[in-house]
Ligand binder design. Structure first.
Ligand code: GLP
Length: 260
C-alpha cells in the first residue's frame, strides 16, 4: 500500500495540465476564505511547466477574480542560495519573478523567498520561519524531489524536527544544480537557506511532484523507504494529506521491480 494518493500520468505534459487544474481549483476556493493560509512554493526544473500552465489559467480569470487573487496572494518559497546578489538571475528569487510573479503582478512582499544575500543569513532564516508561523503556517505545499532525497534544501541526514535555517549543500546537490552555474558544481553556492521539515510537515496538504527518468531511482527509494533521516523526503510519508504526482518515466522502475 502506498502511503499517499498517487496520480500517475503517461507523460509529464498530462501531469502538468492536471496539476495546474488542481492548483487553479484550490486558488479559486482560497478566494472564498476569510483567513487563507499561505501557499508553499518550490523552484526547480520540475516546476517550470507547472507555473507556465498555472499562469495561463490564472491570467484568463475574469478581471475581478484576478484582482482578488493578486490582493490576497501570500506564498513562501522553500529555499534560496546564500551569497548571491538578490537580482542575480540564478537566485530562486529571480526564478520566481521570472516564471511567475512578474507576469501575475505579484509584489515581492506577497511572493516571499528567503533572503540569502544579507550579512546574517542565519538570522534571515530564523526571521523567515517566524514570518511563516505568524502567517498561520502553510496551507498547500508544492514540492519537488532532489535526486539525493532532499526536499527544499533539507539535505540528508535530516530529522523531522528541522526548522528554517542555513544548511550546507551536499556535493550531490551541487552537481544536480550545476546546470544553472556554467555546468560547474564548484560554482554552485556552498550554502542555502531552507524551510525545515517541521514547517513543511505542518502544511495542510502536500503535493510532491516527480517527473522524468532521472528521478526513477530516487522515487523508487522513496517508495520503498521507511521514514529515515537518510532520505529526508521519506518523512513526508507520515503526512495525512500527501499527494504524489508522477509520470510513467519516473515510476516505471518501481513497477518493473515490484513485478519481479
Ligand atoms: C532543488 C531545490 C528543490 C527542488 C529540487 C528538485 O535543489 N532545492 O526545491 O524541488 O531540488 O529540482 P528539479 O526540479 O530541478 O529536479
Amino acid at each position: 500500500m502506498l502511503p499517499c494518493k498517487v496520480n500517475v500520468f503517461a507523460a509529464a505534459s498530462e501531469l502538468v495540465a492536471a496539476l495546474a487544474d488542481a492548483l487553479e481549483t484550490h486558488l479559486h476556493q482560497r478566494l472564498t476564505l476569510q483567513t487563507p493560509k499561505p501557499l508553499g512554493l518550490a523552484t526547480g526544473r520540475t516546476m517550470e511547466p507547472v507555473y507556465q500552465q498555472l499562469l495561463a489559467r490564472l491570467l484568463d480569470w475574469p478581471a475581478a477574480d484576478l484582482q482578488k487573487l493578486q490582493n490576497g496572494w501570500l506564498s513562501f518559497n522553500l529555499d534560496e542560495y546564500v551569497g548571491l546578489a538578490v537580482n542575480d538571475p540564478r537566485t530562486f528569487h529571480s526564478y520566481m519573478r521570472r516564471h511567475f510573479g512578474d507576469r501575475l503582478g505579484l509584489s515581492q512582499d506577497r511572493l516571499r523567498v528567503p533572503d540569502g544575500h544579507g550579512q546574517d543569513p542565519q538570522a534571515a532564516a530564523r526571521r523567515y520561519g517566524d514570518q511563516l508561523n505568524q502567517a498561520g503556517g502553510l496551507g498547500l505545499q508544492l514540492l519537488g524531489l532532489g535526486s539525493n532525497g532532499h526536499v527544499g534544501f533539507n539535505e540528508p541526514p535530516c530529522g523531522l524536527d528541522s526548522v528554517s535555517r542555513v544548511v550546507s549543500l551536499t556535493q550531490a546537490t551541487r552537481q544536480q544544480n550545476a546546470a544553472g552555474f556554467d555546468g560547474n558544481p564548484a560554482h554552485v553556492p556552498a550554502q542555502a537557506i531552507t524551510v525545515g521539515l517541521r514547517e513543511i510537515l505542518a502544511a495542510d496538504q502536500i503535493h510532491l511532484v516527480v517527473t522524468g527518468a532521472s528521478k526513477a531511482e530516487i522515487l523508487e527509494a522513496w517508495l520503498r523507504s521507511p521514514c529515515t533521516a537518510e532520505l529526508p523526503a521519506s518523512w513526508l510519508r507520515s503526512h495525512a494529506n500527501l499527494h504524489l504526482w508522477v509520470d510513467e518515466a519516473a515510476i516505471a522502475g518501481f513497477y518493473k521491480n515490484a513485478m519481479n
